[in-house]
Design a protein around this ligand. Structure first.
Ligand code: NG1
Ligand code: ZN
Length: 534
């Protein structure tokens, strides 16, 4: 008898000449025809993951984030809304690379026995996609796999990546031993949760003026509209640009968080007056960056580092004002964080900083070491996580004055506003708006907290990026032998110089980053390091 998996898999055959690997942020393998078999096989793994975890809901998101419209990708979401446990990435790679149906079934069965999976446990998978043209066909590959594996699934249609993470966490916290559900497991529940926390935090505060948000022509546009409708124009006056979701070729084109961060300029569609607050999301709305033009027309970027410092300082003040003394706030960054931000956090805010390798899974994990861990990549992906102890303290602390009581209430509302499961551009946007209103700051006051060191990021094409091996949170190369010494001697020649080279986890290239006291020097240093690497 042919197994249902073999039969279903024959409709989604693997291209013979390809090898796939689970990347730093899920998988991005371009073109739909290549991804069809990958998504099918990820579906099989999602069902196994759910069975392994006693039928907990597992999420599958089809998106390629900030990448070009022709790309697509697929990511698994673990029960508490986190990214897939690292040890399972190898299983994804193994299934994705099985050369034919028989081998796929053999590897699938091997996983069942080696991971001791009880296949009579009902599996539950929830799925969503972004607005890419290839999304619907990939959903067919996914649901074919889930059906063939006998898994129950719910298709939530088009969502932002963080909305799917939110839903997974809600579904898995509805019942004991969880004492309170994360939220209602619906899209409306998401708007309700973060929208009402936002309204609560703005009570008695100056109404924020209008904000222009570039939605990268992606899924963030309709979702931000829905959120804004829920909250109401009175306190959330958002002007949306780049919302052409019915023109898939426009996704992330000349717009979006990645465009603005790498080009350091306004998206052409944004026509804004000086000192007006602007923000950009990426294609699946998990990254957020702010910016504005100064009175003299200069473009000023308020990136993930600026968001992290703003959030960390606000929470620190709130904790203090609430009279809580034993809650340790810390910040997690990567090597791409601007040196000025790190100095500001440690010297001015007096908070500890941990540096991790690139990729949010590393940052998220390190952030859980603090009672309150704030993590952001410079590119705008990040959030805040609270430990169990911190949640308990915030829920049960007794204030000793009306001022303490009000700070505590704000801290409690902040917990509801923040999407702890994953970096979430919509929730982060509301968070920044709240903090600016509380501080009575415009973008210029925020920007003036510290001045970024001039920096440069370049992409270097190399013959084989796998020969580049790093240590010290990717800040130093151990291989190829001798290259780090050359970088060190170059860096030593520049005032406030810092540079590193590492292989990209998502593209076939090496990235070189440099910083120095002057713009020209930062650029020269990047060029020289790139020459050493190539
Ligand atoms: P790689 O390609 O490994 O540098 C890029 C970003 C990461 C992260 C991942 C996943 C930079 C320099 N790198 O990783 O921060 O966002 O993509 O999307 O921005
Ligand atoms: Zn993204």
């Amino acid at each position: 008898m042919t197994s249902p998996i073999i039969e279903a898999s024959q409709k989604h055959p693997k291209p013979q000449d390809r090898t796939f690997a689970y990347g730093t942020a899920g998988r991005r393998w371009g073109y739909r025809s290549l991804l069809d078999s990958v998504v099918f096989r990820v579906g099989l793994l999602a069902a196994l993951r759910s069975q392994k975890l006693n039928g907990k809901a597992i999420g599958v998101m089809i998106t390629a984030s900030h990448n070009v419209p022709e790309d697509n990708g697929v990511k698994l979401v673990d029960p508490m809304g986190e990214m897939l446990e690292a040890s399972w990435e190898a299983h994804a790679t193994s299934l994705a690379n099985a050369p034919n149906e028989e081998e796929l079934v053999a590897r699938h069965e091997h996983l069942i026995s080696s991971l001791k999976i009880n296949t009579s446990t009902p599996a539950h998978v929830i799925l969503a996609k972004d607005t890419r043209e290839s999304g619907p066909a990939l959903v067919v590959a996914l649901t074919d796999a889930l059906t063939s594996a006998g898994a129950k699934y719910d298709d939530y249609g088009t969502l932002t990546t963080p909305q799917l993470h939110y839903l997974v966490r809600c579904l898995n916290t509805q019942h004991p031993p969880h004492s309170e559900p994360y939220g209602e497991p619906t899209e409306e529940g998401y708007y309700k949760k973060i929208g009402s926390a936002y309204a609560k935090l703005l009570q008695g505060k100056p109404r924020p003026g209008p904000i222009t948000v570039d939605c990268a022509n992606g899924v963030g546009a309709p979702k931000l509209k829905a959120l804004a409708e829920y909250i109401g124009k009175e306190i959330f006056d958002v002007r949306i640009v780049n919302d052409l979701v019915d023109q898939p070729s426009k996704l992330n084109y000349q717009c979006g968080a990645d465009f603005v961060k790498t080009q350091q300029r306004l998206p052409p569609a944004s026509q804004v007056s000086p000192l007006a607050r602007c923000a950009s999301l990426d294609g699946d709305a998990d990254r957020l960056i702010y910016y504005f033009t100064d009175s003299d027309g200069t473009f000023r970027l308020l990136d993930g580092d600026k968001i992290a410092t703003l959030v960390a300082s606000f929470i620190t003040d709130l904790v203090k004002s609430a009279g809580i003394s034993d809650l340790k706030v810390g910040v997690v960054q990567t090597a791409y964080a601007n040196g000025s931000s790190t100095a500001y956090i440690t010297k001015t805010l007096g908070l500890p900083v941990i540096c991790t390798p690139t990729g949010v899974k590393h940052l998220h994990h390190a952030a859980t070491k603090f009672d309150c861990g704030v993590y952001f990549e410079a590119n705008g992906h990040g959030t805040v996580v609270f430990s169990h102890a911190a949640h308990a303290t915030i829920a049960s602390h007794s204030p000793e004055s009306p001022a303490q009581a009000s700070a505590l209430e704000n801290l409690q509302a902040l917990r509801a506003l923040i999407n702890e499961a994953v970096g979430d551009a919509l929730s982060d946007l509301l968070l920044v708006e709240v903090i600016l209103a509380h501080k009575r700051w415009g973008p210029k006051e925020w920007d003036s907290t510290y001045t970024d060191l001039p920096n440069r990021l370049v992409r270097v094409e190399v013959k084989d990026r796998t020969v580049f091996k790093t240590t010290d949170a990717e800040r130093r190369l151990v291989e190829p032998v001798g290259v780090q010494e050359k970088i060190d001697s170059l860096v030593g020649k520049y005032k406030q110089g810092r540079a590193f080279a590492r292989a990209s986890g998502t593209e076939d290239a090496v990235r070189v980053y440099s910083e120095a006291a002057e713009r020209g020097e930062a650029e020269e240093l990047a060029r020289l390091v790139a020459d050493v690497v190539v």
